[in-house]
Design a protein around this ligand. Structure first.
Ligand SMILES: Cc1ncc(COP(=O)(O)O)c(C=O)c1O
Length: 427
């Protein structure tokens, strides 16, 4: 195989015909496959079924003696605060456990900043003429739509292999209307990248013109390693500790959940932040609800009593996920690498592989896949306002499809990617 850029025009025309014939075959297969969302597959969910039996008859009491069937325990169960403290690397006093969704907690945190200001004394962001957020790209579509809903102007910053471009971020935060940053710092969705120690340190240390600058640190994949060996895992530095060191402990709001540890949409989540941020959040949330679902917190705390239990459970998850990631990576290596029409980062954890297609072809690849019965996340979704300026990034979510289906998708995908590239070169 030679690089596609070395093909003559006649060779490209011939190759296009071959690819079109191959593509037609896929269309005739009548596929109905979906790789658009990072959902766990059934076998992963089965791993957590024993959890449902852990809160049985007469077993409703937390370690502090709270009857979890009743109101009370607004601050969450002690065992859950301890667990999330361990997972996020902060003292349990800084943890505030929530309900089933970290995204909902993130949404609430942004709402509070808009309604009341991030802390007493700050102007509510809704009263400001403009509010801007730094958005490392490619990033999580749900974050960007949340920002858009609040009228936050999103400033894209490219993510490299060590995280976002810090030179650019340090420039942007000189603008006082830049109030925050929203990001997935570990095994990013969809970049797969984990922020380096230097990036974490600079985020903590940088001077921001806005005194109420906040980093929404969505650490959804903090324990989602694909490999057991330490040297094959990414490591994320502790941003809270770093912020504290520089006197910026109010800067970061950390979030995580068990959505991709136990049950997606039926797990538990938590926020961890400075005492001042936590106090202010609790002041507002206090009248938002009497307490979160302590029965679910109890089930989780019994099933996953500590970080070690989470580690053992996540190894089982990884055993299911890893072969799928490796299958995608192997096919890309075999079919795409020699042609030099795409790039990707082999993530060592998380839920996504981001494929960077030949610029100007991502939308076409997604369209070709769709018209052959394979749904991918829409091209552009990983960028603010759904616009990928290079029309290049495609999020591949291998988790949900069983291996047989993934195999079929990965037969089609290289054909679609090459066909789109050939069409582009001939246009
Ligand atoms: C980065 C990130 N954050 C949050 C979520 C959703 O988490 P939750 O179910 O806790 O709201 C996801 C789900 O895909 C995600 O990828």
């Amino acid at each position: 195989m030679k690089k596609l850029s070395e093909y003559t025009k006649a060779e490209l025309i011939q190759r296009k015909e071959e690819l079109q014939a191959a593509y037609c075959e896929f269309q005739n297969r009548n596929l109905h496959l979906d790789l658009s969302r990072g959902k766990p597959e059934k076998r992963q969910l089965e791993l957590s079924m024993p959890m449902l039996d852990l809160v049985g008859k007469d077993e409703w009491y937390s370690e502090e003696g709270l009857d979890c069937r009743n109101y009370g325990g607004f601050e969450g169960l002690a065992e859950v605060r301890r667990l999330f403290g361990e997972l996020l690397g902060v003292p349990e006093e800084l943890v505030f456990p929530g309900g089933n969704s970290s995204l909902s907690m993130i949404h609430d945190a942004i709402s509070r900043a808009f309604l009341f200001g991030p802390l007493p004394g700050f102007t509510p962001w809704s009263k400001l003429p403009e509010v801007k957020f730094i958005c490392p790209v490619p990033g999580y579509d749900w974050h960007f739509h949340t920002c858009e809903d609040f009228g936050i102007e999103m400033l894209s910053v490219e993510t490299g292999e060590n995280g976002p471009d810090m030179d650019q971020i340090e420039e942007l935060v000189k603008d006082p209307s830049v109030k925050g940053m929203i990001c997935v710092p570990m095994y990013g969705n969809p970049s797969g990248v984990t922020y380096s120690d230097e990036v974490v340190e600079r985020l903590a240390a940088m001077k921001t013109a806005a005194p109420d600058f906040r980093i929404i640190w969505d650490n959804a994949y903090c324990v989602h390693h694909l490999y057991e060996e330490e040297e094959k895992r990414d490591h994320l530095a502790n941003i809270y500790e770093a912020c504290r060191k520089y006197g910026h402990e109010d800067r970061v709001l950390m979030f995580t959940s068990t959505s991709k540890i136990t049950f997606a949409g039926a797990g538990i989540c938590a926020m961890a932040c400075s005492p001042a941020n936590r106090k202010e959040a609790m002041r507002v949330i206090f009248y938002q609800l009497v307490c979160y679902d302590k029965m679910n917190q109890l089930r989780h705390a019994r099933f996953l009593p500590d970080k070690n239990a989470v580690e053992l459970h996540m190894r089982k998850q990884a055993a299911i996920l890893r072969p799928k990631f490796e299958r995608v990576e192997n096919i890309l290596e075999e079919k795409i690498r020699p042609l030099e029409i795409g790039e990707w980062h082999n993530p060592r954890g998380g839920y996504f592989i981001c494929y960077y297609a030949m610029p100007g072809t991502a939308k076409r690849i997604v369209q070709l896949c769709r018209e052959a019965g394979v749904t991918l996340t829409p091209a552009g979704a990983a960028y603010p306002y759904d616009v990928d300026p290079k029309d290049s990034a495609i999020r591949i979510a291998p988790s949900y499809a069983p291996m047989e289906e993934l195999n079929q998708v990965m037969e089609l995908f290289p054909v679609a990617a090459e066909l789109a590239a050939v069409e582009r070169m001939l246009s």
